[in-house]
Design a binder for this molecule. Structure first.
Ligand code: NOJ
Ligand code: CA
Length: 706
């Protein structure tokens, strides 16, 4: 027995609320969080988590089942070691220039009874803002190759808390959120699934992580995972009677949940906790639990703002990714030059030049072009082993001419690789595709995984695919290429290790405003859920919010925010690769409002969450990484409200001018969304501004020193 163990044993004995008399205890550096670990009478590992002496997670089981053996019970404790870690690291980009990684750690080495003496270590890290723990399997004589059957990890909750959740699924996260007590979420999620016309693949009643919870006694709890490497993504089974959750690992279509070889460690299971919702948003726990940057040179990784030949395919005017309406053309086989062009293909040289001109005139770094390459004619068939080629432009897209033109205007073109979820074919083409990008001056690519995965045994969140996404990021890094992935597994902070994996979609993005819409509270939930894993390519900045503008009665779709809220999203949905998603013609029409998008940074040295409540509102101030300027964004859900903005984040004694882009008095996201107003006021660190926000409205503020 180590001295440490003796010490905690003694402490454990005297804590009356401990799960058993022999609990091993760990505290967070500030003492607010307490973890108890013990073995029960069957030698099963159990834990409990307390915040300011209140139970957050009641006694819950831990353990892993493999096809070959079960690591769930019959354990004794071989050793317990406690340590402290405290460092400050500098992310390549993000919300903060510096991040403190400070935790107390307890590693519990367990041995299973019997002649084989199998061992497993449970490593707990307790930060001021939450808990991370994982299972580790050191190299050992009687365990080597294992097939993951199930993970027992439980999170037993203390009551009928409110969940902000989407249905558990193996392929997609693109759902509307349900906000309801646990006992009611089943109904709410069914309605949302029906709206999407989708049946979840998950084989039991489950929710997706990151899961945001508000407890009946006012605590904010967020459950997710960090560093999803070599393992399948975790959903959470819900027991809506006992109010308990347990791990539900994504299987492949053969029912296998993962194949591992020792030594190996699972991803971290994370529980972020606070009595102040702002702390959940500010928490860097998930990044802290990821490995440091894997690259020596990161000078080529450059945050950027971009426009795109993109939204015009969503607004119902008949524009297509495809060059021809000739169905069943085959990339690499068909002679596309001989096909009749359909005449509504915007990814053509002349049109892309217009975007490049606009981007160049307005200080936008890059232009994404979708539909530039062979294969879109029968996109969505999901039957082809080769849907797309990534080095074969359509006849009307002149790669060389555009390369020269973009360079002359100081604008980058962003490549698009829609893989149609054919990941194995993408792996075959990847080196050619990245070389092609290098040859033609591209430094970033938006990848996509729409449809059913090939290999056909896999889901988007199963182990094989999770390995694939990481391989793409690593391979891209060799070519100095940045990635923005759509439809990949939801992120788990891996952008710390692979910072060229700049952003992901992996949630219901802005595009859905053209397909049924996003609820007014959607973007007041995403920062508490999806964004805890990393930045989202949400595609904000749609200023022309009514799609009937384009073709009258035919299109009743509309963006469920005011125009001003679209601007505020640049602050509340931060991403180092951030889109200005609307059409140039609309930005010309709303030129004064577009000024905010022109100047808003995409990389920050500091961030202060001023107000927050999941599903209701968020107000945040951020400081530009490359200047002393501050920006503020405030959003609300369907309820109009008055944001109270305290400017005490500004240095004292200086005078500033704040330009406020706000909802006009008569603005409302349904009846008058594009009614906005721009005004300037003088502010100092003592100013407290009462800023009115309309129904699903917002305010965006740019601040400069006088
Ligand atoms: C879905 C993506 O989310 C969207 O942004 C893209 O335009 C289409 N797939 C086509 O790849
Ligand atoms: Ca998508």
């Amino acid at each position: 027995m180590t001295m440490h163990r003796l010490y905690i044993l003694l402490v454990g004995l005297f804590i009356s609320c401990a799960i058993t008399a022999e609990a091993h205890n760990l505290s967070s550096p500030d003492g607010n969080l307490n973890l108890e670990f013990a073995l029960d009478a069957q030698g099963q590992p159990v834990y409990r988590l307390l915040y300011k002496s209140k139970s957050v997670i009641e006694q819950s089981r831990l353990g892993l089942l493999f096809d070959e053996t079960s690591m769930t019970d019959g354990f004794t404790i071989k050793d317990v070691s406690i340590s402290e870690f405290d460092e400050v690291w500098n992310p390549v980009w993000g919300e903060y220039a510096q991040i403190r990684n400070h935790y107390n750690e307890m590693a519990v080495e367990l041995v299973q009874s019997g002649t084989r003496q199998r061992t497993m270590t449970l490593r707990f890290r307790l930060f001021n803002d939450g808990l991370g723990f994982r299972y580790e399997f050191p190299e050992q004589r009687f365990l080597n190759y294992l097939t993951v059957k199930d993970e027992l990890t439980e999170f037993n909750l203390t009551g009928d808390h409110t969940f902000y959740c989407i249905p558990g699924d193996y392929d997609t996260n693109e759902f509307a959120y349900t906000t309801a007590p646990i006992s009611q979420i089943r109904k709410g999620m069914e309605i949302n699934l029906r709206k999407k016309g989708y049946e979840s693949k998950a084989t039991s009643f489950s929710v997706q992580t990151p899961l945001q919870i508000k407890t009946t006694d006012g605590l904010y709890v967020n459950i997710h995972e960090a560093a999803l490497v070599g393992y399948s993504a975790m959903l959470l089974n819900v027991d809506d009677v006992k109010f308990s959750l347990n791990a539900h690992l994504t299987p492949d279509k053969n029912g296998k949940k993962g194949f591992v070889q020792l030594p190996f460690a699972t991803p971290w299971r994370t529980v972020i906790v606070s009595d102040d919702a702002r702390d959940i948003l500010a928490s860097q726990l998930i990044l802290n639990l990821n490995e440091p940057c894997a690259y020596d040179d990161v000078s080529w990784i450059k945050p950027m703002k971009f426009m795109g030949v993109w939204w015009e395919m969503f607004i119902g005017t008949g524009k297509t990714w495809a060059y021809s309406d000739k169905y069943n053309a085959k990339p690499g086989v068909t002679d596309y030059k001989a096909l009749p062009p359909n005449g509504h293909h915007p990814a053509n040289t002349a049109h892309v030049k217009e975007y490049i001109d606009f981007a160049s005139e307005n200080g936008i770094d890059a232009v994404l072009v979708e539909g530039w390459n062979e294969g879109w004619e029968d996109w969505g068939s999901y039957h082809k082993d080769r849907q797309f080629l990534f080095n074969k432009p359509y006849p009307d897209f002149d790669v060389e001419a555009l390369q020269a033109y973009a360079a002359s205007k100081g604008v980058k073109i962003i490549m698009h690789h829609e893989t149609a979820a054919n990941a194995s074919d993408y792996e075959l083409q990847m080196d050619d595709a990245f070389s092609y990008m290098n040859e033609h001056g591209y430094s970033a690519v938006k990848t996509g995984y729409v449809g059913y995965v090939i290999p056909r045994s896999e889901y988007h969140s199963s182990q094989w695919m999770n390995n694939h996404y990481i391989e793409v990021a690593r391979r891209a890094a060799r070519y100095h290429i940045m990635i923005d992935s759509h439809e990949a597994v939801r992120p788990t902070g891996l952008c710390r290790t692979y910072p060229n994996w700049m952003a992901q979609e992996s949630a219901r993005g802005g595009e859905f405003e053209s397909m049924g819409g996003n609820d007014p509270d959607h973007t007041a939930i995403l920062p508490f859920t999806r964004l805890k894993g990393g930045p989202m390519d949400y595609t904000p900045g749609i200023l022309q919010t009514q799609l009937s503008y384009y073709n009258g009665e035919k299109n009743d779709q509309f963006v469920h925010t005011t125009l001003a809220k679209q601007l505020a999203l640049y602050l509340t949905m931060p991403s180092p690769i951030q889109m200005a998603a609307d059409l140039p013609e609309n930005y010309r029409r709303f030129n004064d409002a577009f000024q905010f998008i022109r100047e808003v940074p995409v990389d920050w040295s500091d961030s202060k969450y001023l107000e927050a409540e999941p599903g209701d509102y968020i107000t945040v101030a951020r400081k530009d990484k490359n200047s002393d300027r501050w920006y503020v964004g405030a959003i609300t859900d369907e309820n109009e409200r008055t944001a109270i903005i305290k400017f005490d984040f500004l240095p004292a004694g200086k005078k500033y001018e704040a330009t406020i882009y706000e909802d006009a008095k008569d603005a409302h996201y349904q009846t008058n969304p594009m009614s906005y107003n721009i005004r300037k006021i003088k502010v100092t660190s003592k100013t407290v501004l009462k800023q009115r926000l309309a129904s699903s409205g917002g305010a965006a503020i740019s601040i400069r020193e006088l």
